[in-house]
Design a protein around this ligand. Structure first.
Ligand SMILES: NC(=O)c1ccc[n+]([C@@H]2O[C@H](COP(=O)([O-])OP(=O)(O)OC[C@H]3O[C@@H](n4cnc5c(N)ncnc54)[C@H](OP(=O)(O)O)[C@@H]3O)[C@@H](O)[C@H]2O)c1
Length: 272
């Protein structure tokens, strides 16, 4: 099932979710309600997005078995990476959400500080104390993830990285696959830029779907988890309507030709 991924720790992950970065405060509650109504079961949030209370309010309005939802958050750690700072951030997130965090990630490795292995140990501690179900990372390179595994013996269940047809992250995806780590794609539509691509438009037209649907389907067929963002309820719903068609091997091969090494967001070494 391309919509249901196996995590290393035995839990499962809905492959397709929606993201909340830059969703304005006043729209967040409605976006979350609309997203779950449209069938999404994975909500990607973060302390940094500063809208976790609004996510919490939405979750309280939604009539659904909570165990069906996967709610994520991420430790920002700009001010401090110390254990107390991680625990305080986690407490604040949990309080804002008013519900358990299912997957907690380290948002950025901030490699110059050289503290991400210790932060990872604190996430392990939170998980072992039963405060969070699964733990992962975001914006980690192969080397960063390798250090976590070497020094703690624990791999993250997922690594959320910038990934879209113009930045396909082949080497990292291969490394993740070797270790059973899920690759989760942020800015999966290249912040909307890849929607204009003529080849993507041609492939989408051949399947009578939108360019966004073709790209999201490409991610799922690669085995990625994917979290497109939209504040528009129709686009949010249509981005989830990707299970009624299949890209051919030829379509997948044509997508491969779009690689450009193009970043629309910050790279792991830039954020310290
Ligand atoms: N871990 C990290 O460091 C990190 C960094 C960046 C993002 N993320 C996560 O990844 C999520 C998604 O990334 P993103 O928001 O940067 O980029 P994205 O999902 O690639 O693109 C979002 C843009 O595409 C537009 N869009 C979405 N669906 C569309 C459709 N069907 N047709 C036309 N336009 C469409 C949206 O506009 P409308 O909203 O107006 O529809 C928005 O401008 C974030 O929300 C966040 O959860 C994580």
């Amino acid at each position: 099932m391309i919509d249901d991924l196996q995590l290393l720790d035995g839990f499962r992950l809905p492959a397709l979710g929606f993201g909340l970065y830059k969703v304005p405060l006043e729209q967040t509650e409605e976006v979350v309600v609309a997203g779950v109504a449209a069938g999404y079961r994975l909500v990607d949030g973060a302390e940094f997005y500063a809208n976790e209370s609004q996510v919490g309010r939405a979750l309280h309005r939604i009539d659904i078995d909570r165990s069906l939802l996967t709610i994520t958050s991420k430790f920002w750690g700009e001010e401090s990476q110390d254990r107390d700072a991680v625990l305080a951030s986690f407490d604040a997130t949990e309080k804002a959400l008013g519900t358990a965090v299912d997957i907690y990630m380290i948002h950025w490795p901030r490699p110059n500080r050289n503290q991400y292995v210790d932060v990872w140990r604190t996430l392990i501690e939170l998980r072992d104390a039963g405060r969070v179900r699964s733990i992962g990372v975001s914006n980690f390179t192969k080397e960063h993830v390798g250090r976590l595994i070497d020094e703690t013996g624990e791999a993250p269940v997922l690594n959320q990285v910038e990934l879209h047809p113009y930045l396909q992250q082949r080497e990292l995806r291969e490394f993740h696959a070797q270790h059973g780590i899920i690759t989760q794609a942020w800015s999966p539509l290249g912040r909307g830029n890849v929607l204009e691509d003529p080849l993507v438009q041609e492939i989408a037209a051949a399947h009578d779907v939108t360019p966004a649907q073709a790209i999201i389907r490409w991610h799922l067929q690669l085995g990625n988890s994917v979290i497109p963002k939209s504040v528009n309820p129709e686009r949010l719903a249509s981005n989830r309507d990707v299970f009624g068609f299949e890209l051919t091997d030829e379509d997948m091969a044509r997508f491969e030709t779009l690689e450009q090494g193009k970043h629309y967001g910050t790279t792991p070494d830039e954020r310290q």
